[in-house]
Design a binder for this molecule. Structure first.
Ligand code: ACO
Length: 428
């Protein structure tokens, strides 16, 4: 098979090398295109553009396959702890028992945040969206750890920043939740594992005892794993491009959180529940909303449906759908929106519009129903997505820096006015 792709351009032939991935994906290396021909490629929304080679996550959207460092998402969701997956993503291998214990110990012992961080809450209007607050809180960590501003930290300093982020994020997320309720914050407890500690800080009330429910721990662990990485999506690409300017890691993660907030990305999980509620309040007829989604004159889209890269069932959605029934049964919760979700899915998947466009439920379609059953308010859903995605963002950033990649700076094709002469205001 040929190792190059031949491009014929305005009478000139150029051979472009191919880059073949470990799963035989084919990329055309155009890095010399501009110097050889003066031309650039145009691909708005990067639908056909590989921005990097990467050994973190493999995704085959046509076959519905997702693997991290070679391990299938099904295996990881079934067997791993979130901390194990975080280690795997960031370091490339599953930890040995000793490595796991060391990692777990380090995370447990970095969970406290500077007391001054609590002051930041005073500036926010009551009820402001926690994703805006999370972006600011994570970015503000750079002020508390100014050594992180060093663009070329040694390995130990880099690892310390990574540990701080992983350990403090659940504390900050729980603080956001408590502050939004107007409740006192609950301090971390180092004797608890990552997920139990997060649940304790979130759901314990200072006035009462709180028993951590193992069903909650299992559900939360699985949800975090399912969100841990998803290769070069909007937020991961944002983290990489901000990091390529050698901005500090806290700023890069804050930028990733901002990208995730959008309803076309992670913000969809909040929008799904709002949509299901709206359908319920409207009498529960899924077909009416399917018709709206198909109407080109109506901006309404089925939230939690469709995906840039999955043209088959999102494997994470399959796992969540199965867990959703299971968890709601175990908790003894009957949520009418689950029935609406199932009816909506069934109707959409039998409809030509969705079949032709290969639109399937994505990871966000069922996750909100589980979060809601656990007692999280809907505005926290995207924050929980960010908590899960953190190790993926860090792994993507680290890979980009370890490979010493250049600053991200796309080209464009200018389509504005050609040179014009200045005219005085009175003559225009
Ligand atoms: N409802 C109705 N129609 C849809 C939907 C939807 N949810 N998603 C895509 N379509 C249609 C489009 O109108 C388009 O139709 P056309 O070819 O007739 O014009 C076709 O399917 C292709 O859609 P695009 O928007 O071109 O696909 P793209 O890859 O750009 O967008 C996206 C993917 C943003 C996820 C889109 O499917 C969407 O908006 N979904 C709803 C929001 C959502 O659930 N986002 C979460 C994604 S998962 C995540 O980020 C974690």
């Amino acid at each position: 098979m040929s190792e190059t792709a031949r491009l014929s351009l305005q009478g000139k032939e150029v051979d472009l090398p191919l880059i073949i991935g470990s799963e035989n994906e084919v990329g055309i290396d155009i890095s010399s295109l501009r110097s050889e021909t003066g031309a650039v490629t145009v691909d708005v929304g990067y639908k056909n553009t590989g921005s990097t080679t990467s050994s973190i996550t493999y995704l085959d959207g046509e076959a519905g396959i997702l693997r991290h460092r070679g391990y299938s998402i099904e295996d990881l969701a079934e067997n791993a702890t979130f901390m194990e997956v975080a280690y795997l993503l960031i370091n490339g291998e599953l930890p040995t028992q000793q490595e796991y214990e060391d990692w777990d110990y380090q995370i447990r012992h970095h969970t406290l945040v500077n007391e001054d961080m609590e002051n930041i809450f005073k500036a926010w209007p009551t009820g402001s969206h926690p994703m805006g607050q999370l972006t600011a809180m994570i970015s503000s960590l750079s002020s508390f750890y100014p050594e992180s501003l060093n663009p070329n930290p040694n390995e130990e300093d880099q690892h310390r920043t990574i540990r701080r982020l992983i350990a403090k994020m659940p504390t900050i997320v729980a603080m956001l939740h408590k502050k939004n309720l107007g409740h006192p914050i609950i301090y971390p407890k180092n004797k608890l594992d990552y997920v139990s500690n997060f649940l304790n800080m979130t759901f314990k009330n200072v006035t009462e005892d709180y028993e951590i429910d193992p069903i909650f721990v299992e559900a939360m662990n699985k949800l975090l794993i399912l969100h841990a990485d998803h290769e070069q999506n909007c937020s991961a690409s944002t983290v990489r491009i901000v990091g390529s300017a050698h901005s500090n890691l806290y700023a890069c993660i804050a930028a990733g959180i901002a990208a995730l907030w959008g309803p076309l990305h992670g913000g969809a999980n909040q929008k799904v529940i709002e949509m299901l509620e709206a359908i319920r309040e409207d009498g529960g007829d899924a077909r009416k909303f399917i018709a709206k989604a198909k109407d080109k004159n109506d901006p309404f889209r089925l939230m939690g449906f469709g995906h840039r890269v999955y043209k088959n069932y999102d494997p994470r959605a399959l796992i969540i759908k199965k867990s959703c029934d299971d968890i709601l049964n175990k908790l003894g919760v009957k949520d009418p929106v689950l029935d609406i979700a199932k009816q909506l899915e069934e109707t959409a998947l039998a409809d030509d519009y969705f079949v032709e466009r290969k639109l399937f439920p994505n990871v966000d379609f069922y996750s909100g129903i589980i979060y809601r059953a656990m007692g999280f308010p809907v505005e926290m859903f995207t924050v929980l997505f960010a908590l899960g995605r953190l190790p993926g963002w860090i792994a993507q950033w680290k890979e980009m820096r370890d490979q010493n990649q250049p600053i991200g700076r796309p080209r464009q094709i200018y389509t504005g006015h050609v040179k014009r002469d200045w005219t005085a205001r009175a003559l225009r």
